[in-house]
Write a protein that binds this ligand. Structure first.
Ligand SMILES: Nc1nc2c(c(=O)[nH]1)N[C@H]1C(S)=C(S)[C@@H](COP(=O)(O)OP(=O)(O)OC[C@H]3O[C@@H](n4cnc5c(N)ncnc54)[C@H](O)[C@@H]3O)O[C@H]1N2
Ligand code: MOO
Length: 403
């Protein structure tokens, strides 16, 4: 049996970014930059005023001096008229500094009329001037490949009029549910049937990663149906299946996948829920064969598939944050497997406190609803006391926010 940490590492080590595309700047939000961005120009492009006030020659400016106002330069206008000795130009924030001026005096530090301005405070050379290239110099690598694109990156790219941005492309993730007992959402199940909720749960998780779900439907418990749909799924960038991976006589996923050329890298990664999870590769296509219990499907997606999808879309940080927290209640488990305890975490006096989110039986879906983190109970341990420190995978990024 592969150990959980090895298995998780193995998954991300087997995948590489799926490709690059150019998208409109607004579409780049939340994507990962695929090439270094080199500034094509200086920013600012010219020396400009950081204040509404007066552009002056600092050598003229003793406290109490009265200067003649000879020009007016609002933002969006530039003036070629040099500031003569004893003169000043009224200037607004962002407007280019006129020739001859070497400082700006904020309006609050003056007494001004339409024609003149009296200086009330000391003025130093370069006061309140934003110099050409002081923010970004032409030729600087300002955003490196691999950066997640958020508002600051968009702001910078927009200020250079970068209309199209090279980003790693979204991956297409095929989802195949398996099982004769399944009916589609919207169909009333008979006594022995269940509704295929896993496909939509997986599609939701895939969308939330920024990837594109491709729904293949339901494979029935026969080889032909499995073969046809698995084969179709292998045309996507990633294939995820649900159910049919444990020891049942109808559990065909691993066998038929192998026949189609999927090379299995691990099965049973030493965890619970998610015991019979399998992972393999066909060429560059990772194949995640997840167990069918909805809780197991979601947790194994979270722990194995999500990091792989993010890596394939160029993300460098692919694992959820692991933090230390304390258990509110004691817990017990069998030795042998790492257990993911579904917990509800709160931040109390700067400490994460993890309380069970309900019945931990794998069949209990409701326990996922309040679950905002997974507590990792190590494989070799059996008893955990209330107050004991454990590792937590925070599933909810807002956990650290104040309310
Ligand atoms: N003899 C053994 N039996 C089982 C083992 C084992 O090691 N030896 N492992 C158990 C564990 S752990 C799990 S988890 C399950 C996983 O089995 P499968 O992945 O093969 O899935 P199924 O048995 O087909 O289904 C399990 C469960 O999930 C429901 N299900 C399946 N598909 C969906 C779907 N698309 N939407 C919603 N719910 C779904 C299904 O009805 C079953 O209740 O095996 C144990 N058995
Ligand atoms: O490991 Mo199974 O996934 O307990 O339910």
């Amino acid at each position: 049996m592969t150990n959980y940490e090895q298995a998780r590492r193995m998954v991300v080590d087997h995948v590489t970014p799926a490709g690059v595309e150019k998208v409109l700047l607004l579409e780049a939000a939340g994507r990962v930059l695929a090439e270094d961005y080199v500034a094509p120009k200086d920013m600012p492009r010219w020396d400009n005023s950081a204040m509404d006030g007066f552009a002056v020659r600092s050598a003229d400016c003793a406290i109490g001096t009265v200067l003649k106002v000879t020009d007016y330069i609002p933002a969006g206008v530039s003036s070629d008229e040099a500031i003569a000795p004893g003169c000043a130009a009224r200037i607004m924030t962002g407007a280019p500094i006129p020739p001859g001026a070497d400082a700006v005096v904020p309006i609050e530090e003056t007494e001004a009329t339409a024609e003149s301005v009296k200086l009330l405070q000391q003025v130093k050379k370069h006061d309140h001037i934003r110099f050409k290239g002081e923010d970004v110099a032409s030729g600087d690598t300002v955003i490196t490949k691999g950066t997640l694109i958020g508002p600051p990156q968009v702001s910078l790219l927009a200020s250079f009029s970068a209309v199209l941005v090279p980003v790693y492309r979204r991956v297409r993730v095929a989802i195949l549910s398996t099982g004769d007992e399944l009916v589609d959402v919207g169909t009333e199940p008979t006594a022995s049937q269940i509704v295929n909720s896993n496909t939509l749960a997986l599609a939701t998780a895939i969308k939330l990663c920024g990837a594109e779900p491709v729904i293949l439907g339901i494979a029935r418990d026969d080889r032909e149906s499995h073969r046809a749909l698995l084969d179709e799924g292998l045309k996507a960038d990633v294939l995820i299946t649900s159910a049919g991976v444990s020891a049942g006589d109808r559990d065909l996923v691993r066998e038929v996948s192998a026949e189609l050329g999927v090379e299995e890298k691990f099965w049973k990664p030493g965890i619970k829920p998610g015991g019979p999870t399998a992972f393999g590769m066909k060429g560059s296509v990772p194949v995640f064969s997840l167990p069918g219990n909805p809780v197991s499907t979601m947790i194994t997606f979270e722990e194995f598939a999500r990091p792989a999808l993010l890596r394939m879309m160029g993300h460098e940080k692919v694992f959820r944050r692991t933090v230390s927290g304390v258990l509110k209640e004691g817990a017990r488990k069998k030795a042998g497997k790492l257990n993911f305890l579904r917990v509800h975490v709160t931040l109390e006096n700067g400490r994460y406190v993890a309380s069970t989110s309900g019945d931990q039986n794998t069949g209990i879906l409701k326990t996922m609803l309040r679950c905002n983190a997974l507590a990792l109970l190590p494989a070799d341990r059996t008893e955990f006391a209330a107050g004991e420190e454990v590792d937590l995978h925070l599933l909810d990024p807002t956990l650290e926010l104040e309310v």
